[in-house]
Ligand binder design. Structure first.
Ligand code: NAD
Length: 419
């Protein structure tokens, strides 16, 4: 039992236990690898538009500092708590190590229902959150990025607030910023584009013709919409998508560019079509070649896993599959090819790393170079995962996490234990 205990943190603990057993990590080393190094809880008071004061609880967790600064997104959602943030920070660590980035994992968030605050209140909250975080973060300490409920605009407010306190522009304090404020080309698209790239790679290896293939995407925010667009551009029919307002289904394939324009203008997929409505509860089990959960964690439980009807499960979201569901997927691994979250959605942090490097050097790359380098890193990690899974006869998730955990552990062993 720790301050972090809760359903999402327990999931990260259970997953780690599987990896630690597989790697025969001695028990007295496990807590050092698993438990977050630092956590901060803050209260963010803001003035509401009606003149009253509201206080929102915020968090930031830095998992380990062994490989360099920590890196991770900031989530604005009603479900956010310290345990969820800690789990997400731990997954970030294994992800960064898997793809070879010089970072530990971090995550942050504010417990807030975005539908209940205005744009001005959101700006106040974003600025106050960053202001409270100043003693805890820094370009060489902890670098934030967007996650669920935050976007380029929020990152620009974070960067501006930090810069005002430093008395100079510090673009490298956050990634996922607008290109006009020191962001990189290709970051907005990076996570979803990476999901689509890896899914295409698996379809080719399974000899499935892309132009006859279908995809289903849960969540139509940053990750889901660009994953859907990438798959659409690769020739797949995206036959269903959903967001928090509902689901759309068209077996002829949805017009994804038009749906993205609609969601950009209206904030959701609601109102796009009167004829294509579909029961969101049935979305994950629709028959398709590629299923992309890209909304939130723990949506695929054992029951859903038994009923999945896809060939490739490309995890765009973090932690969409519960440990119970993993046991089902292990039995079904000849039918369903799993691309686990820490690999599948790692294009986001890979391109965030490129953004940080470009900001530090003040030398900016063309989008083509960003995407080429992103795909190169994803392909290298994919090859390592598949080889490891084959050699050790383990599931893809175990293989991907084992590579990440091993790298962090090796660095801790060579650095030793201070003092
Ligand atoms: P976002 O806020 O841009 O989008 C979230 C989407 O999920 C929205 O379309 C929302 O309507 C939808 N959603 C919410 N509840 C839903 C429900 N019950 N059913 C269906 N859809 C629902 O967030 P995002 O940045 O796209 O992040 C999505 C997931 O991807 C999260 O798990 C996040 O941690 C992960 N992720 C994001 C990035 C990134 O670069 N943004 C990188 C790696 C992983």
């Amino acid at each position: 039992m720790t301050v972090y205990s809760g359903p999402v943190f327990d999931m990260a603990v259970n997953q780690f236990a599987v990896i630690a057993d597989h790697l025969s990590i001695p028990h007295d080393e496990r807590d050092r690898l698993l438990l977050p190094k630092r956590a901060l809880t803050i209260s963010c008071p803001i003035h509401r538009d009606d003149g009253s004061i509201a206080v929102f609880e915020g968090y930031r967790v830095q998992h380990h500092l062994t490989l360099g600064p920590t890196k991770g997104g900031t989530r604005f959602a009603p479900s956010v708590d310290i345990g969820e943030v800690a789990a997400l920070a731990i997954w970030m660590s294994w992800k960064c190590a898997l793809v070879g980035l010089p970072y530990g994992g971090a995550k942050g968030g504010v417990r807030v229902d975005l539908s209940s605050i205005s744009k001005r209140e959101l700006e106040s909250l974003s600025r106050r959150y960053m202001q409270e975080m100043i003693p805890f973060v820094g370009p060489h300490i902890d670098v934030m990025a967007p996650d669920m409920g935050t976007n380029e605009q929020v990152m620009a407010w974070f960067m501006d607030t930090y810069s005002m306190y430093q008395g100079r522009t510090v673009t490298e304090i956050v990634t996922g910023k607008p290109v006009s404020s020191g962001g990189t080309l290709g970051r907005r698209e990076a996570t979803g584009r990476g999901v689509a790239h890896l899914a295409r790679r698996v379809l080719k290896e399974l000899a499935i013709d892309l132009t006859n293939a279908t995809a289903v995407v849960q969540g139509f925010g940053n990750v889901g919409s660009y994953a859907a667009l990438g798959l659409h551009q690769f020739g797949l029919k995206v036959i269903a998508v959903s967001d928090h307002t509902g689901a759309l289904h068209d077996k002829a394939g949805l017009d994804i560019p038009a749906l993205m324009r609609h969601a950009g203008e209206h904030g959701s997929i609601a109102g796009f079509s009167n004829e294509l409505h579909f029961d969101p509860a049935q979305l994950l089990t629709l028959a398709c070649d590629v299923l992309v959960p890209a909304a939130m964690e723990r949506v695929i439980d054992a029951n859903v896993a038994k009923n999945l009807n896809c060939r490739v499960l490309a995890e765009g979201a973090n932690g969409p599959t519960t440990p119970d569901a993993d046991l089902v997927l292990q039995k079904r691994q000849d039918e369903i090819f799993l691309i686990p979250d820490i690999l599948c959605n790692s294009g986001g942090v890979v391109v965030s790393y490129f953004e940080w490097v470009q900001d530090l050097q003040q030398l900016f790359w063309e989008e083509e170079e960003v995407t080429r380098r992103e795909y190169h890193i994803l392909d290298r990690a994919f090859d390592q995962m598949v080889t490891r899974a084959r050699v050790d006869k383990i599931p893809h998730r175990t293989a991907a996490m084992a590579i990440g955990v091993e790298k962090v552990r090796a660095a801790k062993i060579t650095r030793g234990l201070f003092p």
